[in-house]
Design a protein around this ligand. Sequence first.
Ligand SMILES: [Zn+2]
Ligand SMILES: [Zn+2]
Length: 560
Amino acid sequence: MTSENLDLPTPGDGEVLFVALGGLGEIGMNLALYGNDGAWIAVDMGVTFGDEDTPGVDVIVPDIAVIDKLGDRLKGVLITHAHEDHIGAIPYLAGRFKCPVFCSPFSAAFLKRKLEDDGGKGAKKVKIVEIPSGGRRGIGPFDVELIPMPHSIPEAHLTALRCGAGMVVHSGDWKLDPDPVVVPPADEARLAALGDEGVAALVCDSTNALRDGWTRSEAELAEPIQEIIKNAPRRALFACFSSNVARLRTIADAARKAGREVGLVGRSLWRMHDVAGGAGYLKGMPRFLREDELGKLPADRIVAICTGSQGEPRAALHRIADGQHRHVQAEAGDTVVFSSRDIPGNEKAIGRLQNRLVQMGVDVVTDGVAKVHVSGHPAQGELGHLYSLLKPKRLLPAHGEGRHLHGHAKFAKAQGVPEVQVAFNGDVMRLVGEHFDKLGEVHVGRIGIDGMARIDMAGDAIRERRRMREDGVALITIVLDERGDLAADSMVTLAGVDVADETEALDAAEEAVDDAIEDLSAKARREDTTVEDAARSALRRVLRRESSRRPRINVHIVRL
Ligand SMILES: [Zn+2]
Ligand SMILES: [Zn+2]
């Protein structure tokens, strides 16, 4: 049971309170709240994605009932970077909070594009205030500084939150890449200066906390990707995350070296192209060809970067594999490189797409067989190095599933971080103040976006959908006259319920339902619920014999 409590405690001026409404115990849907001196700020407001267990729901946002209750005590929403798991929920939750959204120019441009895509309705509800990368400004009780860090998108930030009680560092997503390709490496002197100033607590990325060593550099991909393009006899298609601007550069440079043209295929890549270009991150890159221009070139001159690395059915690569793309094809002899990682939950969809390509005679290259992807998150070597620069007194692992958070905590203790606590979504923690401990819990939840509808992921709708998909549906129609006697034979229909012989099973079911109703007293037959229950259990008995499935049963009673 999750807590029903919607009231956050009022933070005093000598403490910093912390609670996550998403992102602790999962990778995705990040939303953290920091409180000091009676007020709060939110850091990030992201989404997570649905999978085969969430029928009809592609996007899930955090339940922010706790933020509704805060009202004007929420002073700002600070965005660390423009990945969907950090910024993606803002268009869905716009209007639920009155305070501005603070972010760096690249993230602001990206967010504006997203809000405009939404028919412009969201754009009117959100006030965006830019803080330059490396800049500082006051938000509520906090003096906020954005410190740029390498990651798999430009303008990712570690944030220093200073207040009367001390300094908290929220790491965001980061790595210590010596050559991140489109952004400079981390400014270690700046980080060390924060450490000298005194970091009371660090809330830190745990994604790769179970891996030892250092995460490989983006620059290490240049050579293997050049080799693949040089040796590709025909088209070379790359599927990658559209936000990975450094990867676009690595692939574009490799294409140029091989004397090929490079183009982009897919809407989200073009959106990122425009935003990155506007922010100056495409400087020195060759011009990317449009989809129709790519389609006119001979196959052995093409390098195409496509959306759809996760096997998404509507994305470019899926449509290309299905022969449904207007301009770009894939044929035997082509090479398709998955320059990405498989996001957990998408493995089956990715596997299906890769199998389809292989059956067409396409050479599929994945991260497992060649160096075509690097992570954007810190492994243990980098975590240890960051601790040595910041010297935090307390550490709270974030951005991870339970196993990542616990692994990170164990590692941090072994590295000598004095106080380490693991918390999950909804745990209200005193981060700075006398004791580092849990003060209570507040309500957290997940809301599925299904078109215009908002669905509580813990409620009945998703359970019902899952059950209908697994076990099918049975429908009983019963017609009763004014005395409550059967006026016609009852009818049973099945949808998605496996039975050995459908006619036989339905005959048996209809007979059993009629018998059960006739066995009821005249008084009982006048009550709809009694009739429904009798019909339902009669059908259930028959299905236990005839089928391995336990479908959802709907009963319709028609009274003449
Ligand atoms: Zn993230
Ligand atoms: Zn990220």
